[in-house]
Design a protein around this ligand. Structure first.
Ligand SMILES: Cc1cc2nc3c(=O)[nH]c(=O)nc-3n(C[C@H](O)[C@H](O)[C@H](O)COP(=O)(O)O)c2cc1C
Length: 170
């Protein structure tokens, strides 16, 4: 099937993208409004931007069904745009998968905003990390989002043999 992107309806674009770019990590983003109201929502259009500076990004797709900005985006906006300019990203894990899903409402896809944040503070459970900053993924049990309401575990992994990596690439 050959599908020119500009001829695809929004719903098809969403389904093709979220059905093929899998599994995606899920950021559970907490923000504060300028009035001090707390907000939590999951985002799987989420990834690393770089480590120097330490930065990550997530994309907020479309407005809420009533046409207003999603609360996360409104709160994360810079102060000049009415927000606090700050947000916290929590990694979604199996331990609280149900609660994570309940913080979301159906996704209406339209115009997207990419939010890039510089990380100024890292909080990680001591039990998950060793003295060389290696994270124990088996204990972390991070979730991956597939399409719709299907999720992947990160427990089924495999190693590539060392000889497959050119010198200096690992
Ligand atoms: C696992 C999961 C991942 C999601 N990923 C995104 C995303 O990347 N971008 C987005 O705009 N909405 C995403 N949503 C939908 C938002 O979480 C939902 O619109 C939420 O209500 C926004 O809340 P807010 O208005 O408090 O920011 C996702 C929902 C779930 C359950």
């Amino acid at each position: 099937m050959h599908l020119p992107a500009d001829q695809l309806p929004i719903e098809a674009r969403y389904k093709l993208l979220t059905g093929t770019v899998i599994p995606r990590p899920v950021a559970v983003v907490s923000t504060l409004s300028t009035e001090g109201v707390t907000n939590l929502a999951p985002f799987s259009y989420f990834n690393i931007v770089g480590h120097a500076p330490l930065a990550l990004s997530f994309a907020v797709a479309g407005p809420k069904p009533d046409g207003t900005l999603k609360d996360t985006l409104r709160n994360a906006h810079l102060p000049a745009q009415g927000g606090t300019g700050e947000f916290v990203v929590n990694i979604a894990t199996e331990h609280y998968a149900v609660q994570m899903a309940r913080t979301a409402t159906p996704l209406a896809v339209g115009r997207s905003c990419l939010v890039i944040g510089e990380i100024v503070y890292v909080h990680i459970d001591d039990a998950l990390i060793d003295g060389r900053f290696r994270v124990d993924f088996e204990q972390l049990r991070a979730l991956g989002r597939m399409a719709g309401s299907r999720y992947a575990r990160t427990s089924d992994t495999f190693l590539l043999d060392d000889e497959n990596f050119p010198p200096g690439t690992r």
